[in-house]
Design a protein around this ligand. Structure first.
Ligand code: G1P
Length: 314
C-alpha cells in the first residue's frame, strides 16, 4: 500500500480542437507557455513529485513531442562551439529531466482508453496521470500532496477544484462521502462516487476533477470492462466511480485532494493568455519589462489604436 510511486502517464493524443487553428499541425502540448512548450512544465511537475519514469500516450500527429524530448546533436554542437552554455542548458533540459517513453493510442476512444494503453508499461504499481491541458503552478505543489495521500490511504486519489456551479458540467464532478480516516486533513475528502460532465442542476457538488490523478493499478481491470460513457468514449471517471464502490482489499477507494492554488487551463485560449502573462510577469528576466508595459497598457485604457512605436497615450 505504501509502495513509492515512480511512473507518470501523460495522455497527449487529443486533437486540440479548442485551440484551432494553432493546433492544426502543431500539437497543443507544444504551444509555448512563455518560452517552453506546455508539456515541459507538466513533465517537470511529475519529476518534482518524485516521478522519473514518464509515459506519453501519443497519436499520429504528435511526432514533434517525441523530438522535443530527444537530443538535437547539431544544435547542441553549435551552441557548444559558441560557448552559449545558458541556451545549451535550455535545449538539454527536456532530455535530462526524466526517462520519457511513448506508446501510441491508435484510436481516440477517450481518456479511459488512453490510460488503459499504459497498462503494459505501468504493470502492477500505483501511478500518476497528468493531463497536459492543466498547468499547475510549481509554487503550489499538488501532485506531491496527492502522492502522500495515496501512500497513507491506498486506493486512488483525484485532484478537486471548487468551481462555480454553472461550470461543473465541463468536468468530472465529485460526490463526497463521510470519511473518518481523513479527519484533521482539511484538504482531503473521500468520494462516494463521481459523474462525468453532469448537468449542473443534477451535479452532486461543485467540486470538479482536474487533470491530476494517482491511481491504483486496479483501475486497468476496471477500464477493460467499462463501456463507453459520455460522448461515446471510455471515461476514466466511470472507472473511478466503480473503484469508489470497491473494497480497499481490491484496490478500491477514491479520495480527493482539494486544490486551492494556481491552475491554468492552457487548452482554453483565454486561460492560456492569462497563464502566459502571469508566469512571465513573475520571471526575473521578463517580469520587470512586462510589468512596466502592462501598467502603461492598463493605464491607457487598453488602447489598441495607438501605434506600437509611440508611447502609450495616458
Ligand atoms: C477530462 C475528464 C474530466 C476531467 C477533465 C479535467 O475531460 O474526462 O473528468 O474533469 O479532464 O481537465 P476533458 O477535459 O478531456 O473533456
Amino acid at each position: 500500500m505504501t509502495e513509492a510511486i515512480r511512473k507518470a502517464v501523460i495522455p497527449v493524443a487529443g486533437m486540440g480542437t479548442r485551440f484551432l487553428p494553432a493546433t492544426k499541425t502543431t500539437p497543443k502540448e507544444m504551444l509555448p507557455v512563455v518560452d517552453r512548450p506546455a508539456i515541459e512544465y507538466v513533465v517537470e511537475e511529475a519529476v518534482s513529485a518524485g516521478l522519473t519514469d514518464v509515459l506519453m500516450v501519443t497519436g499520429r500527429t504528435k511526432r514533434t513531442l517525441e523530438d522535443h524530448f530527444d537530443r538535437v546533436p547539431e544544435l547542441e554542437a553549435a551552441l557548444e562551439a559558441k560557448g552559449d552554455d545558458a541556451r545549451l542548458a535550455l535545449v538539454r533540459r527536456a532530455t535530462e529531466l526524466a526517462q520519457v517513453h511513448f506508446v501510441r493510442q491508435g484510436e481516440a476512444r477517450g481518456l479511459g482508453h488512453a490510460v488503459l494503453c499504459a497498462k503494459g508499461h505501468v504493470g502492477d504499481e500505483p501511478f500518476a496521470v497528468l493531463l497536459g491541458d492543466d498547468l499547475i503552478d510549481e509554487r503550489d505543489p499538488l501532485l506531491q500532496r496527492m502522492v502522500a495521500v495515496q501512500a497513507q490511504h491506498g486506493g486512488s486519489v483525484v485532484a478537486l477544484l471548487e468551481v462555480p456551479r454553472d461550470q461543473v458540467g465541463l468536468y468530472g464532478c465529485a460526490e463526497l462521502a463521510q470519511d473518518d480516516a481523513t479527519a484533521g486533513q482539511e484538504d482531503v475528502v473521500r468520494l462516494a462516487g463521481m459523474v462525468e460532465k453532469p448537468d449542473p442542476a443534477d451535479a452532486p457538488s461543485n467540486l470538479a476533477i482536474i487533470g491530476r490523478y494517482v491511481l491504483s493499478p486496479a483501475v486497468f481491470e476496471v477500464l477493460e470492462r467499462t463501456p463507453p460513457g459520455r460522448g461515446g468514449e471510455i471515461q476514466l471517471t466511470d472507472a473511478l466511480q466503480t473503484l469508489a464502490g470497491t473494497s480497499p482489499e481490491q484496490g478500491g477507494g477514491v479520495r480527493g485532494v482539494v486544490f486551492r492554488g494556481r491552475r491554468y487551463d492552457t487548452g482554453d485560449k483565454l486561460d492560456y493568455l492569462k497563464a502566459v502573462v502571469r508566469l512571465a510577469s513573475g520571471r526575473e528576466d521578463l517580469g520587470p519589462g512586462l510589468r512596466e508595459w502592462l501598467a502603461e497598457w492598463v493605464a491607457s485604457g487598453f488602447d489598441t489604436e495607438a501605434p506600437t512605436h509611440a508611447p502609450v497615450r495616458r
